[in-house]
Structures are given as C-alpha cells and as structure tokens.
Design a protein. Structure first.
Length: 395
C-alpha cells in the first residue's frame, strides 16, 4: 500500500452497480485516484468475478485488482428495500456506474430518470454491449462480441486462419476507459459550465470501433477491406516480428524514414538504405516483403539479446515479446512502481499492477485491499442514517 497523499478525485462519491469487468474497471480507475466507491453486490456469491480465473482460498486473485480501494455493500436490487437504499445513496452521490442490460435498472425503479429526479447533479455511466438505443440495444453483449462487432476480431491472427481473440477482455476495458473519460468530462461540465448532471452511454462495440484507426475511411475511399496480417502492420513498413538465432522473436519498428536508414545501415544493407524508392513509407510498403526478408536474414544470425543491444545502440525501436515472467523481472516495470505488493484482507501478500496514469502532484494509490463480500454494509447504512434491516436475499 502507498502512504496517504493528496489525490485528484478525493471527495468524489461513486456508487457502483455493475459487475464483472467493464463497469467495475471504470470504478476501479476512479477509486485509484481517491474516489470513494461503494460497490453494490448481491448476497451469497456477490460479483461473479470473485470466482473467475485462478482462485486462492475460494476467491479470485483478480478480485484484488478489480475491487481494490472499494467498499462492498450487500443489497438486493430486485427488492423494494434494496432499491430504497440505492435511492438514498444516490441523493449523496456524484457518480453512478452500471453495466446491466439496458432497461434493467428501469425495471427496478432506479433508472436514469428516477435517479436524476432525486439528484439533478448526478453523473451516470451506463455501459452495455450495444448502447441504450438502436435495434441491438436489448441483445446481451459481452466484451468478445464488442471486439468482433467493432472490427478488431476480424483483423487479429494469421491470414487464412480462424480469427483469434486478444488474450484479455480488451473490449470491456476499452469501454471502461471511454466511460471514465465521459465521467470526467461530465463532471467538468458541471463544475466549469454550471451544467446539470447527465448520463454517459458507452457501447462496447463503439469503444472498440473508436480505436480502429483508418479502417473506415480506407473502405469508404478505396473499397479496401483490411485483412489479417499476423505480426505485420499493413501499410506501414518495416514493422514486424523477426526470428532470432535462439528461436526467440524481436519486434522491430523501423518505419520512420530516418529510423529506416539507421536500421538498414546497422544490418549491413546500405543498398536498401540508399535506395531512393525506399526513402519514404509509401515506397517501402511496395517492397515490404523484400525489406522484411533482409531484416530477418540478419536477426536469424544473432540472439535476441544481441539484436536488441545492437539496435538500441543505433536508436531503432526494438523489443522482445514479454511473458508475465518477463514482466515480473523487468527493471523498467520495477522502476515505475508497476509491480506493487499488497496485502489482502487475510494479510496475505500478492502482487498487483500499479496505478496508471502517473500524476505528478496528485498520484493515484492503493489505499486498501479488495473487500470481503458485504464488508461495509453496516458502515455505509449507518452513515446514511438507514434505521431498518435491509433485504439481503439473492436477486
């Protein structure tokens, strides 16, 4: 844990109604920078993420990342008593985050209109597979479907092979980060422009589509459909993975004009360095196979560490493909406090990713571990003056 220090979002009150990945990741990001996040969970097993991936003593170690800095309160959102508590909490909240199927909160009488009436300054982040409107809005949507619909899955993998997924739930995370941007913009609008609260409608597929670079304009202008390209970066050359003598691969980005010159000179291919047709990217793209072959004919004669050392020396972007073992032992990760050892509620230590981004004056921090289910129910209800026992039944 880090020592207490000034934090950018100190005093911000956030109510998290989501579960699993997208909504909770957005809330985790706000909590890392000082927001007081109250996470609502159902009785029994709570957020399903508690049982995802590898478990230690019955609880996912992922939980220590996704729910750090949060408080856990047990409520049955389907029961009138639980809904009443949510409305009480919303009256004092700045932000509500939810990632249920559109319309679900309205069924429970805690949708946007109801909550906005209670707190006109409320900012509400709504993350869903396809957004709150449109013909697909009522379809269930997970990150992998958003990645596919957003265009990412089609491009990922080797030509002629089944398109593969990215190894993490990148669609959920992209949606969460877009949601955090929306929350901060809405809060600034309130503070600077004197505006009301508003809701932010984030769709998983749109968050993926937003980072697809030139995919759409290339199709519109030329009818070009970008296809799978394996480790290469189509239209930008040279940029690829190259095999080394020890069987490892290195990634080399030699696509800047001056960088390309240094790379060719380093590998002893002055002929390619001095070829005027290859001075700029558009020319190199036409002969990318020739250039890639020249680079790999050099890397295959050297070990990975030798290739990295030589290209580092001439300032050509180069790097290895990191496994988590490589990450855990890398000095750059350690120097940047990206491998943080924390204690869980039982006092056991575990390493978790550090906080990003790095703010110079108001840095984020991990102030307390992920909660046990319902750890803060009594505390939160007492703070909000709730005198009666609230329904804890399973939704």
């Amino acid at each position: 844990m880090m020592k207490n220090t000034m934090q950018a979002l100190a005093g911000l009150k956030v109510l998290e109604l989501g579960q699993l990945i997208a909504g909770p990741f957005a809330a985790k990001t706000l909590a890392d920078f000082g927001a007081d996040v109250i996470k609502i969970e159902s009785a029994g097993t709570g957020d399903p993420l508690r049982k995802w991936r590898l478990l230690r003593d019955g609880t996912s170690v992922w939980w220590q990342v996704q729910s750090r800095n949060k408080r856990s309160v047990i409520l049955d959102l389907r029961a009138a008593e639980g809904q009443a508590v949510v409305r009480r909490l919303v009256a004092e909240a700045d932000v509500v985050i939810e990632n249920f199927k559109p319309g679900k909160l309205e069924e429970w009488n805690i949708g946007w209109e109801q909550l906005h009436d209670i707190n006109p300054g409320l900012v509400m982040l709504r993350i869903s597979g396809y957004g709150q409107t449109g013909p697909y809005s009522q379809k269930p949507g997970f990150g992998v479907l958003g990645e596919a619909m957003g265009g990412l899955r089609y491009l990922t993998g080797e030509p002629g092979r089944v398109p593969v997924r990215v190894g993490v739930s990148i669609g959920d995370t992209l949606a969460a980060l877009h949601g955090v941007m929306g929350v901060l913009m809405a809060l600034r609008h309130k503070e600077v422009n004197g505006g009301e609260g508003q809701f932010i409608d984030v769709a998983l597929y749109e968050s993926v589509f937003n980072v697809m670079e030139s995919l759409l304009p290339e199709y519109d202008a030329f009818g070009a459909i970008r296809e799978q390209a394996g480790s290469a970066l189509p239209g930008i050359a040279p940029s690829n993975a190259y095999r080394c003598a020890d069987g490892h691969y290195v990634l080399i980005g030699g696509n800047g004009d001056s960088i390309y010159q240094r790379l060719m000179q380093c590998i002893g291919r002055e002929d390619l360095a001095n070829d005027g047709d290859l001075a700029h990217n558009d020319g190199r793209v036409q002969r990318v196979n020739e250039i890639d072959a020249a680079i790999e004919s050099w890397t295959i004669k050297h070990t990975r560490s030798q290739v990295i050392e030589r290209l580092d020396h001439v300032e050509v972007p180069v790097g290895q493909i990191y496994s988590i073992e490589d990450i855990a032992n890398d000095p750059q990760y350690h120097a940047r406090d990206m491998l943080v050892t924390v204690k869980d509620k039982q006092g056991r230590t575990i390493k978790v990713p550090g906080v990003v981004p790095k703010l110079s004056l108001t840095p984020g921090q991990i102030s307390h571990p992920a909660p046990e289910l319902g750890d803060h129910t009594d505390q939160v209800l007492d703070q909000n003056g709730w005198p009666e026992r609230v329904s804890m039944s399973e939704p």
